[in-house]
Design a protein around this ligand. Structure first.
Ligand SMILES: NC(=O)c1ccc[n+]([C@@H]2O[C@H](COP(=O)([O-])OP(=O)(O)OC[C@H]3O[C@@H](n4cnc5c(N)ncnc54)[C@H](O)[C@@H]3O)[C@@H](O)[C@H]2O)c1
Length: 266
């Protein structure tokens, strides 16, 4: 039976992807630093009746030992890791660069960028020994070089994630490894992430202009997860980008926005 490990999967996109993998009879390993959410997420997944199993592991991706432990427990429980998704992420507070504290900057870079880099290194070592596997990293605002006040450090991380993931895919190819590395691009999702900075530490008050864009381009994470997971399961290629909201789709959303009655913020 295949096994998937998803970091930051106690809620939001991570949890929704876990549900789709469970429905597809994957053994599912959810992990997060929010222990309470993790337990309720596990119960939700166990209610999806398939023959595969679910385990939850506390893991803060900024600690190498936690990632080592996540790999170790998964291996001891299931014996294999087919897909690893670096999904854990935090948003930044809605401030200009010079208004952020060093701690806030560290927090975003440590989770969003270094967490993904270190976890990729460690799971690569595992998958090389195993002889196969797939690794996916999550893009976000800034990956395509877009810029706006209040998202500069997050955008710096996500731009770097794109570069890093493509570099990892290239190295895998040059070493002829039977491993596929890819990017997941989830567009804009209506999750706690968009209104909470640095985990749940600070509220973000979205300006009306931003809410309008989110109403046009945004989606709930279950819709996005369904799309991404089905593409991952079918994927056999290295260096793919699985893109929920490509430019043509965003264009259609804007062109038809007069008929769009969605309001996620009522
Ligand atoms: N929501 C969006 O519009 C959007 C858009 C593009 C990309 N993304 C990306 O998608 C991913 C998931 O976002 P989401 O919207 O589901 O957010 P979310 O806040 O709902 O979920 C993120 C999860 O990551 C966990 N997490 C945070 N720091 C962690 C750490 N140090 N170690 C382990 N877990 C940690 C949180 O506890 C939370 O459960 C993130 O990488 C985010 O950058 C989100």
């Amino acid at each position: 039976m295949k096994t998937v490990v998803i970091t930051g999967s106690a809620r939001g996109l991570g949890l929704e992807m876990a549900k789709v993998f469970k429905k597809n009879n994957f053994n599912v390993v959810i992990s997060d630093l929010m222990a309470d959410n993790l337990e309720s997420a596990k119960k939700i997944l166990e209610n999806i009746k398939t023959t595969s199993k679910v385990i939850s592991v506390n893991c803060n991706v900024t600690y190498k030992e936690d990632i080592d432990n996540l790999i170790d427990i998964t291996n001891k429980t299931f014996g294999n890791i087919d897909i690893w998704i670096n999904n854990a992420g935090v948003n930044q507070s809605d401030k200009a660069i010079w208004e952020l504290t060093k701690e806030e900057i560290d927090s975003v870079i440590d989770v969003d960028l270094k967490g993904t880099i270190v976890a990729s290194k460690l799971i690569m070592e595992y998958m090389i020994k195993q002889g196969y596997g797939q690794i996916y990293n999550i893009e976000g605002y800034g990956s395509n070089d877009a810029k706006m006040l209040g998202l500069s450090i997050y955008g710096t991380s996500k731009r770097a994630i794109t570069y890093f993931t493509e570099s990892l895919a290239k190295e895998v190819e040059e070493r002829n490894l039977n491993i596929q590395v890819g990017k997941l691009s989830p567009g804009i999702m209506i999750t706690d992430f968009i209104t909470n900075a640095l985990g749940n530490k600070e509220k973000i008050n979205l300006p009306e202009k931003t809410k309008k864009v989110y109403n046009i381009l945004g989606d709930y994470p279950d819709i996005v997860a369904n799309f991404l997971v089905n593409k991952m399961i079918a994927n056999t290629k290295n260096n793919v980008k699985i893109d929920w909201l490509p430019n043509w789709k965003a264009f259609i959303r804007f062109a038809t926005s007069a008929f769009n009655k969605r309001d996620f913020f009522k």
